[in-house]
Design a protein around this ligand. Structure first.
Ligand SMILES: Nc1nc2c(ncn2[C@@H]2O[C@H](COP(=O)(O)OP(=O)(O)OP(=O)(O)O)[C@@H](O)[C@H]2O)c(=O)[nH]1
Ligand SMILES: [Mg+2]
Length: 835
């Protein structure tokens, strides 16, 4: 056994290390994962110190860090996951060559200062511990991968740690310079959600005012209401050492129209309260009353806490009946969670198996490497994501039933529940963060800007970033430090700052309540009332034009910027604010902007139009028939997720895709547009059999035009990829559908892994075999994108391609005269449409 490089003793049930491994020399890797080992023998270090590079001790019984490890001066990887270690040795930095240190799921409550001296460390995984403070200088580490989730971090706040090592560095620099931190008064955001009429608003009133204020039958919550609820010290008791506890309560209207906005307000740093009307509850209604809402929350904020409250108990006959219905709800919830868990597990096991098997044995030749390589890395990526999601299960609490009517039954208990969760450091570490003094000073500046809003004719809703930069300077915050402060304030719900959106990063929305008022105005459903001739704002329009404007919005969802401004005029004053609001509603996927040329108002005065999607059921174009027509091929890229896509995602995609796609027509689940030369078809559909949801992006043409076809679909694909990053819990998988199967109309077509799109092929490798029986050879030009592919992904302000000569505002007419060439490309109508 001499000269063996690695020793693998994983999963052998060992409680001690067998002696014979010490007889081996030059061991570089020892794997002792999943045993019952509590200590390492004293000669371990001496024996392996000169050679050992990788040591796996994952899933053993260590309660203390095995000190002999410190003698392994060549160690590069140390895996101590899932043990019960409470402390790291103060001199851990003697492991100077260590690159990867995995300590997740232990009991660490702090880290030694010397860890900051581990210059070669690039990966540090310590989620699920008890760490509350990071040592000063931690930000200096050159980490590429860091995970500190599920730690009660106060300093830096968890929100900062999640932003990565550079945010930690900025925070720590800030502290060094300011030399002081302040504890922020405890504050937590509560998001109350649930189906229309679930009793949310009445519940919020009962909770915050301790009196019954049942909402009127006709008083639906329009978009959202925000209320501040202050719990005094006397009520807090010993739970938390503070003068008061402030809750910002977001009461979200249950109407469908607001569902796109909701995901932007839920957060893992907030407590979600889901109201379920018990008097209406039946198992068949579970999806609409409960399942849908829980998934909406967890897609956006995996691991979030959701408190499910049964409402309107007074409408049930007796306490027994209340208990019976609530227990049924609990049972259905358990069922859903168990089903989701086992679905996840099955998928993990399936992929683990896939990795063990040889790939694409049916294919041969040059294509084999490209495709099987792509498949392997795609599976690995997906597997890692699924495993992370398995760790991050939502925390669902089912222990409260209430009546918001006179007796206020259960309201006091609910308050207790909310307080005890909110003060739980593990659930909501952000409630008691220490932040640099300068950050609170910045927050104060925002507060006073808000207070000034009433008297100020200038900005009320948001501040241009230049102004925020100046504000930052007055409290000595600039550059990355200012960004870190803004991200922290955004994550904790104090302001809205979208640092990753090119058009929105120019503003800081410092008044969430003002913003909600604007969203309400934008989402005004009552078009008749809005365009009432008595409405003085539209003085500049003649009656007939007013009528046209009304019809445009009502029938086609179209409105000119000018009228939109009138609709918003009570809330938005400056041009900059109008721009900010319009960018924001586009980001939320509520509407999209149409190109000026596409929708020019008159020849010499181009105007911008906005379109609010209205599913059209009357238009039935056969332009995109389901069957692929003879003589053309379909290039289709897809994205599938386990379960369903998050609420509003498809709408957001369609809205974002409008940058390079003019709409021909759209339905709730399909959009057919043109990028100027080609038709692009987007579709959202579920597959009940495999429990997957798909979004497909397709175009058609000749295989020789592959580069052109790829350019058309890849733009949308990029946009979807970007969007998916905002929904970390959604495990998505991109693919390229086999064009052969599409032509044959196969129900379950073969799907090539999406990673092939990341590896444009340099050489023409001809054909690959479709693994589905009898479907023969697939043209690789329609599987692998060309190396040079002209894809422009521009921000909202970037250049956009527009179709010329289209002047009518009715989308149905716009394309009526269009023709399609042999290659299915769009030829614009040579005649100018009538005006
Ligand atoms: N009897 C009884 N009626 C209630 C209770 N809570 C709410 N209601 C009634 O149920 C209806 C809906 O209540 P809301 O509080 O407005 O419901 P909501 O969930 O805020 O509704 P949306 O904002 O439209 O989504 C109103 O007519 C309320 O009076 C309750 O505890 N008991
Ligand atoms: Mg309401």
């Amino acid at each position: 056994m001499a000269d063996q490089i690695s020793v693998d003793l994983a999963g052998r049930g060992l409680s001690e290390i067998p002696d014979d491994i010490f007889s081996q020399t030059t061991v570089e890797m020892i794997n002792l994962r999943h045993n019952k080992i509590k200590t390492l023998p004293t000669n371990f270090g001496l024996c392996f110190g000169a050679t050992l590079k990788r040591l796996w001790l994952w899933g053993n019984r260590f309660t203390e860090f095995p000190e002999v490890v410190l003698q392994l001066s060549n160690l590069e990887i140390l895996d101590l996951r899932e043990n019960c270690i409470c402390r790291l040795p103060a001199n851990i930095s003697v492991l100077q060559k260590l690159q990867k240190l995995w300590l997740c799921e232990n009991n660490l409550d702090s880290l030694p200062d010397s860890i900051c001296e581990m210059e070669n460390l690039t990966e540090f995984m310590a989620h699920r511990n008890n760490i509350s403070t990071l040592p000063f200088g931690f930000g200096r580490l050159k980490l590429k991968h860091l995970n500190l989730d599920n730690n009660p971090l106060v300093q830096p706040p968890l929100e900062t740690c999640q932003e990565g090592i550079s945010a930690i560095a900025a925070y720590q620099r800030e502290l060094e310079e300011a030399r002081m931190t302040v504890s922020v008064p405890p504050c937590l955001k509560i998001v109350v959600l649930g189906r229309l009429m679930a009793g949310k608003t009445s519940l919020v009133a009962a909770l915050t005012r301790a009196v019954s204020r049942l909402a009127k039958e006709e008083a639906r919550t329009h978009c959202m209401e925000v209320k501040r609820w202050v719990v005094e010290q006397s009520e807090l008791g010993k739970k938390i050492d503070a003068q008061e506890f402030v809750f910002e309560v977001y009461d979200v209207g249950g109407h469908d129209a607001y569902q796109n906005v909701l995901p932007f307000f839920v957060s893992a740093h907030a407590l979600q309260v889901l109201a379920v009307d018990l008097s209406e509850y039946r198992t068949e209604e579970f999806e609409g009353m409960v399942g849908y809402w829980v998934r909406t929350v967890t897609a956006r904020a995996p691991g979030a806490t959701v408190c499910v409250v049964g409402t309107k108990t007074d409408r049930l006959e007796s306490q027994e009946q209340v208990d019976m219905v609530y227990n049924k709800l609990k049972h259905d919830m358990d069922h859903m969670l168990a089903a989701e868990r086992s679905q996840l597990r099955r998928e993990i096991e399936r992929l683990e198996k896939v990795l063990e098997e040889p790939f694409d044995s049916e294919n041969s030749g040059a294509d084999l490497d490209v495709l099987s390589d792509a498949k392997r890395s795609s599976v690995r990526e997906r597997l890692a994501h699924l495993r992370r999601m398995e760790e991050l299960q939502p925390k669902i609490v089912l222990q409260n039933t209430v009546s918001s009517s006179d007796e206020l039954e259960g309201i006091a208990q609910l308050k207790e529940t909310i307080l005890s969760f909110s003060t739980d450091q593990k659930l909501f570490p952000n409630v008691r963060s220490s932040i640099p003094k300068s950050w609170t000073l910045l927050l104060d500046l925002f507060e006073s800007a808000r207070a000034n809003n009433r008297n100020n004719a200038e900005a009320r809703l948001c501040l241009p970033f230049d102004q925020v930069r100046e504000m930052g300077k007055t409290v000595s915050l600039s550059g990355e430090n200012l960004t870190s402060a803004l991200v922290y304030l955004h994550e904790t719900g104090r302001v809205l700052y979208f640092k990753d959106s090119p058009s929105l990063q120019k503003y800081v929305f410092h008044s969430p309540t003002a913003l909600i008022r604007v969203l309400r105005a934008v989402q005004h459903h009552d078009v008749a009332q809005l365009f009432d001739p008595a409405h003085s704002g539209f003085d500049y329009l003649s009656n007939s034009r007013l009528q046209t404007a009304r019809e445009n919005l009502d029938k086609h969802g179209l409105v000119r910027t000018k009228e939109l401004k009138v609709m918003l005029r009570e809330h938005v004053r400056t041009e900059a604010e109008v721009h900010a609001v319009l960018s924001l509603v586009e980001k939320f996927g509520l509407c999209h902007r149409l190109g000026t040329e596409e929708m020019s108002d008159t020849i010499d005065r181009p105007t911008e139009w906005y379109r609010f999607p209205r599913p059209s059921t009357t238009v039935d174009y056969n332009t995109w028939c389901e069957e692929v027509p003879e003589g053309v091929e379909e290039l289709q890229i897809g994205c599938r997720v386990l379960g369903s896509f998050p609420t509003g995602l498809f709408q957001r995609l369609c809205s974002n895709a409008h940058k390079f796609l003019q709409y021909r027509w759209d339905r709730a689940d399909q959009v057919l547009g043109s990028n100027g030369t080609r038709l692009v078809h987007l579709q959202h559909r579920g597959d009940k059999q495999t429990s997957h949801d798909h979004i497909t992006m397709a175009t058609r043409g000749q295989a020789e035009d592959a580069p052109d076809l790829w350019a058309a679909v890849l733009q949308v694909h990029h946009e979807l990829e970007l969007l998916m990053t905002e929904y970390p819990a959604v495990v998505s998988e991109f693919y390229v559908t086999c064009h052969h199967c599409l032509r044959a109309g196969v129900e379950e077509p073969h799907r090539f892994p999406g990673t092939v799109m990341k590896r444009p092929h340099a050489i023409d490798i001809g054909t690959v075999r479709c693994p589905i029986a009898d479907h023969g050879q697939v043209n690789t030009a329609l599987v692998l994108p060309p190396q040079e592919c002209d894809v422009h992904v521009s921000g909202l302000d970037g250049p956009r391609q527009v179709i010329k000569n289209v002047t009518t505002i009715n989308n149905t007419q716009v394309y009526e005269g269009c023709q399609f060439g042999n290659n299915n490309e769009l030829i614009m109508n040579p005649r100018a449409p009538e005006k």
